[in-house]
Ligand binder design. Sequence first.
Ligand code: ZN
Length: 439
Amino acid sequence: MTSVEDSGVEAGLTTGQRIHQLIAELYPFFRSITGDGVRATLNVIRKHVPLEVHEVPTGTKVFDWEVPREWNIRKAYIKDPDGNTIVDMKDSNLHVLNYSSPVNLKIDLEQLKAHLHYLPEYPDWIPYRTSYFKEDWGFCITYNQFKSLKDGIYEVVIDSTLEPGHLTYGEVFIPGETDDEVLVSTHVCHPSLCNDNLSGIAVCTFLIKELMTRKLRYSYRFVFVPATIGSITWLALNKDRTHKIKHGLVATLLGDTGPFHYKKSRRGDAEIDAVVEYVLKQHDPQNEILEFFPYGYDERQYCSPGFNLPVGRLTRALYAEFPEYHTSGDNLDFVKPAALNESLRIYLRVFETLEANKTYVNLNPFCEPQLGRRGLYSLTGGNVHGKDFQLALLWVLSQADGSNTVLDIAKKSNLDFTTVRLAAEKLVEAELLVEKDDR
Ligand code: ZN
């Protein structure tokens, strides 16, 4: 496996800059829900982490859906009545309606207008539009371009293919001490859009690199799938293994500078819900927690009632609720290295908290044990951390009846998670406490 440095990233960059650089490398690729853009994207990620690529044939039945025909595109342009090229996919891959069928036509302005998409409220931005499941063709242009169109005969060319092929997705598995899995899912189908979702792809890549250096209790599975049809396909192919997923997150919208938003799993009371809420609120009270709702990204599939997996969605911006969403305004300037790095750190803190969020049982539950005799009780501590630690010992002994996690005790006691965790570890060393599963 090659490291980031080997794949062309200059030394001396911060982690946030490296994540941003990976986004910039992937930005020009022409991605869709199928086709060579996704393959090229996964090939770049594979230079950083041991990614397995899966190809699922067109026509494969996946629950109520079917893997669609594979779409690829070579060129697309519009020539005005004077023969000048006025729209060209070479300038932005957002210019083509994603999944357009091939066309080669000479049409008048009125006919052309029926196939144009633009945003009057943001006259310099190109919208991102798709037509995955309805055969259509079209172009997306700025409103300023639209306003400058004159009467006459236009030449429109979309050189695309829509043929039997495959749906491509990637998967990275990082084994831990147990088979219990943490699932992280990110979508790889959007073309040149940075927050949605090159930010998720790049942050996940760097998360994998970091997790691979750590000793882990859980196993981690990262899936890089086209949105909706990709997660449906993954779930269909892995239906018998989903019971291993103990916690999960949908990772997207991680490069803007706004606060974090966590959308709870459908269950609402999963451990991942409590852990992310705690981490986000500790980090910044402005971060927001939302109850589950059945639209948005791939959490819809993971949380469908047949699966009902403990999978939430951890983003910065909210789905569809920022002006740049699904426009050319979601570009390389919109995502910031510092924000990307902060997102990486928040995800790592969530994983660290999950890893340490064990449940313990007090082995000496009949009255308090003598802590002084075991060197655990010191009146000379004096400092706040020392006092907190003494309190944490008492809280853990009081609450460790096999029903409270470390996080439960931290919340009840208003003590820091790390302090409670440390107290529990000291009590285990002193043989006053045992992990519930080890009993
Ligand atoms: Zn999107």
